[in-house]
Design a protein around this ligand. Structure first.
Ligand code: CU
Length: 138
């Protein structure tokens, strides 16, 4: 009789643990779900621009909505520096101070556009290679 009670206890414990396990699994699932959503409830979107090993922004021009973000991602083995501003006739960057990623050997840099307009930018390291781009915010 005692053996039956012990076995029942083990079964109950197993059931409890399996429920607990499901709870953890569900939490993990919902967590990764919110991680992958680059679209907050406001409807804003994060757009990806690659900074390639060929000294290019891809795409080099992009039209987005007010409140959206742009994430520049280093996609090749070359380091880059994405900075907002224009390029002079002499080929020098004229920063407008909105953003400057600093030198990035890898990883990404993001900026959120809260006002409309056209925002030119350049790679501070590769202006000579024509590495420039623009974001249009509607
Ligand atoms: Cu560059």
């Amino acid at each position: 009789m005692k053996k039956v009670v012990i076995i029942l206890n083990i079964v109950v414990l197993l059931v409890i643990f399996s429920f607990y396990g499901c709870g953890i699994a569900d939490q993990t699932n919902s967590g990764s779900g919110s991680d992958s959503s680059t679209t907050p409830s406001s409807g804003a979107t994060t757009h990806i621009v690659e900074m390639t090993g060929n000294y290019e922004f891809v795409p080099s021009s992009l039209t987005i909505k007010q409140g959206d973000s742009v994430k520049w991602v280093v996609s090749g083995i070359k380091a880059h520096e994405v900075a907002s501003g224009t390029v002079s006739e002499e080929g020098k960057g004229i920063p407008d101070g909105l953003w400057d990623s600093g030198k990035m050997a890898s990883g990404s840099f993001a900026y959120t556009f809260n006002s409309t307009g056209t925002f030119p930018y350049y790679c501070n390291m590769h202006i000579d290679q024509g590495m420039i781009g623009a974001i249009t915010v509607e």
